[in-house]
Design a protein around this ligand. Structure first.
Ligand SMILES: C[S@@+](CC[C@H](N)C(=O)[O-])C[C@H]1O[C@@H](n2cnc3c(N)ncnc32)[C@H](O)[C@@H]1O
Length: 330
């Protein structure tokens, strides 16, 4: 089985998952929640750039949790301001994981304090994307959770490839693309790369630029050998083949506002929902379930458990939409 391989050293996903319930509430109930709909106090007028979609497909913002005036700590406010300035709706995101990224954000902006960071972003709003890259955790790796890919290769892909139409596969929140390349490597091994539509989407343009390059640090275990679909570069990194890169399409979009249209036979959306407020995560699962073709499969992160009628868990982290399922929203 191919090797799991880290693309980024930053991770707190397992920690995030374990905090999801009681601890999360204990800790955060000290802060009251803020929704950003208008201008943000955090760094000047940046927030006015937010482009929240009002389309039918958007994930609705979570209900406000407190009925009293709402105040959040200044660090979290600042970070939510970065999300808003980048066009994302900050109220979808949990405060605790955001706050943990504050030191990374300050490092990325090369400043020592929140005060300096605010001043810098007010003066140079173009640095928002740099702050966003540091704020949203992009940890990923080739063949992350190997058991999932074994099941995909042995059970799911053969099923999808028997269908008359070309299977459509979407990696939603794909970060630097390692997940979609892992799927692509397996399809190439099955001789079916040409037969599939492969799309990766993420809200961070920097991550997508790296996905297009398809070059990764090496891992501990070997990758599948299939007709030169990757090669080791002189610096030890691994480069995906031209054929593999050509087979993939990358799209910048906010998954919580809108997303690629059409129906999909296999959607991988792993390790994004754990950073969301529970109501936003539920709404996201519901939208993804709607986007699945009947008989399609949804792959989630190890700590994520969508609970939707019509989706049945067929293996750890893998859900199947019954062929007779109807759409859950109009
Ligand atoms: C931890 S990575 C997961 C990467 C990959 N799915 C995996 O599990 O290996 C989460 C990704 O979700 C992306 N993300 C967060 N919020 C998003 C949004 N609203 N729309 C699209 N992508 C988003 C982040 O930019 C990040 O790249």
């Amino acid at each position: 089985m191919p090797a799991p391989r880290k693309c980024s050293p930053d991770t707190d996903e397992s920690a995030g998952a374990s905090r999801h319930a009681p601890f999360h509430q204990d800790r955060e109930s000290r802060y009251l929640h803020v929704s950003f709909r208008g201008a943000l106090p955090c760094f000047g007028g940046l927030a006015s750039k937010q482009r929240h979609t009002t389309s039918r497909a958007a994930v609705p913002p979570p209900p406000v949790r407190a009925a009293v005036p709402m105040i959040e700590d200044t660090g979290t406010l600042f970070l939510r301001g970065i999300l808003a300035a980048a066009g994302l709706n900050p109220s979808h995101y949990r405060g605790t994981p955001l706050l943990r990224r504050l030191p990374s954000c300050l490092r990325a902006l090369r400043v020592d304090s929140l005060h300096e960071a605010r001043r810098l972003l007010s003066a140079r709003p173009e640095l928002t994307s740099k702050a966003l890259e540091a704020l949203l955790i992009g940890t990923t790796e080739l063949f992350r959770d190997p058991a999932v890919f074994i099941h995909l290769e042995q059970e799911v892909m053969p099923l999808l490839l028997r269908r008359p139409a070309r299977p459509r596969i979407w990696s939603a929140g794909c970060s630097e693309g390692a997940e979609l390349y892992s799927v692509g490597l397996l399809l190439a091994k099955l001789g079916a790369l040409d037969e599939c539509v492969l799309l990766g989407s993420d809200c961070r343009p920097g991550a997508l630029a790296r996905a297009r390059q398809g070059v990764y640090l090496p891992g501990d275990r070997s990758l599948p050998v299939n007709g030169g679909q990757w090669q080791r570069l002189s610096d030890g990194r691994i480069a995906m083949s031209h054929e593999l890169r050509k087979a993939m399409r990358w799209e910048q979009s906010d998954l919580l506002a809108s997303g690629p249209t059409g129906t999909w036979d296999l959607i991988l959306c792993r390790n994004l929902a754990i950073y969301l407020e529970p109501a936003s995560a539920d709404a996201l699962w519901s939208r993804l379930s709607d986007a699945l073709a009947p008989g399609g499969f949804l792959v989630v992160g190890r700590a994520e458990k969508p609970n939707l009628p019509g989706l049945h868990r067929v293996a750890p982290s893998i859900y199947h939409k019954c062929s007779s399922s109807h759409r859950t929203s109009p």
